[in-house]
Write a protein that binds this ligand. Structure first.
Ligand SMILES: O=C(O)CCC(=O)C(=O)O
Ligand SMILES: [Fe+2]
Length: 289
């Protein structure tokens, strides 16, 4: 039996869920984000997404940042992040949308998306793990296989940065949509993309989405953003998640001090990721730019 939430998620390629941050989580997460963002901007947290670079490797060139990488890294010293990532409310939705058992969930990425301070920035239309150059047939095949992971954005403050094309997680681009997504440049106007909508998240809302849905994003220096950005996988996908996840460089996740800071179910989720990682060689990067 498919749940109504899962059915809607499968049809649209995304689903907005309110209330996955409790009041208690909220103050801890807000404070942790504030400290983390401050460190990133002052240059003492090196793992960040730099303005000017859309996809990994992000490099160090620009002092301005649009994201913070590796929120659960023990060196960051913010346990609220792993607590929330492994919390029953989040794990519950992830396993429902993946239609898998809790013992099949695989720990993956947990990052933070923030507003740049000095330059507006934007990401081009893309699917996270399918090249813009893919033929229609390659695209169809890649999308058909892509159902072993779920990605989400949880907004601490109102967030209007993300644009998506509902339903595009299962259909190759039309010639017109291809025209708007083959360029490596962000769009002048995201609404030029046929079928696009702007997603608005109110504080505390989460959008779960298939990361191969056609999407782009636009970041303004003037709108405060602190949006938790994460993925979880279903271990039954084997190595299908490897490139998308491991391109972000996760060596720190195999350190004992990380594992030791997790609860029992978190450790089991992590071990499933490490098994996949051990089997993966030379994963490369999903996208350029
Ligand atoms: O800023 C966002 O919400 C989307 C980020 C994104 O699409 C990406 O990192 O690939
Ligand atoms: Fe993306």
């Amino acid at each position: 039996m498919t749940s109504p939430l899962k059915a809607l998620y499968d049809k649209q390629g995304f689903l907005v869920v309110p209330g996955l941050i409790t009041d208690e989580n909220r103050s801890a997460l807000e404070a942790a984000c504030e400290r983390t963002v401050a460190r990133t901007r002052e240059g003492t947290w090196p793992h960040r997404r730099t303005v000017g670079k859309q996809f990994p490797p992000y490099g160090e060139e620009n002092p301005d940042s649009w994201g913070v990488q590796h929120l659960m890294h023990p060196e960051l010293g913010e346990p609220a992040f792993a607590e929330w990532y492994t919390s029953p409310q989040l794990v519950g939705v992830a396993k429902e949308l993946l239609s898998c058992k809790e013992e099949d969930l695989q720990m993956e990425l947990f990052n933070l998306l923030i507003n740049p301070l000095f330059h507006d920035f934007a990401l081009r239309w893309h699917r996270d793990d399918v090249s813009e150059k893919a033929t229609e047939e390659e695209e169809r095949e890649a999308l058909r296989r892509w159902h072993f992971g779920v990605q989400w954005n949880t907004a601490l403050y109102r967030d209007t940065c993300l644009y998506i094309v509902p339903g595009s997680h299962v259909t190759p681009r039309t010639p017109e949509q291809r025209k708007h997504s083959e360029t490596l440049m962000p769009p002048d106007d995201p609404f030029d993309m046929p079928g696009s909508i702007q997603l608005t998240l109110e504080p505390g809302e989460t959008v779960f989405y298939n990361s191969n849905i056609l999407h782009c994003a636009s970041y303004s220096t003037k709108e405060r953003r602190a949006t938790l950005h994460a993925t979880m996988g279903d271990v039954n996908g084997g190595s299908s998640r490897a490139r998308n996840v491991l391109q972000h460089g996760l060596d720190w996740m195999k350190e004992d001090r990380f594992r030791g800071g997790l609860g029992e179910s978190g450790r089991a989720m992590l071990d499933r990721l490490l098994v996949m990682r051990n089997g993966a060689v030379d994963v490369g990067y999903s996208l350029v730019g």
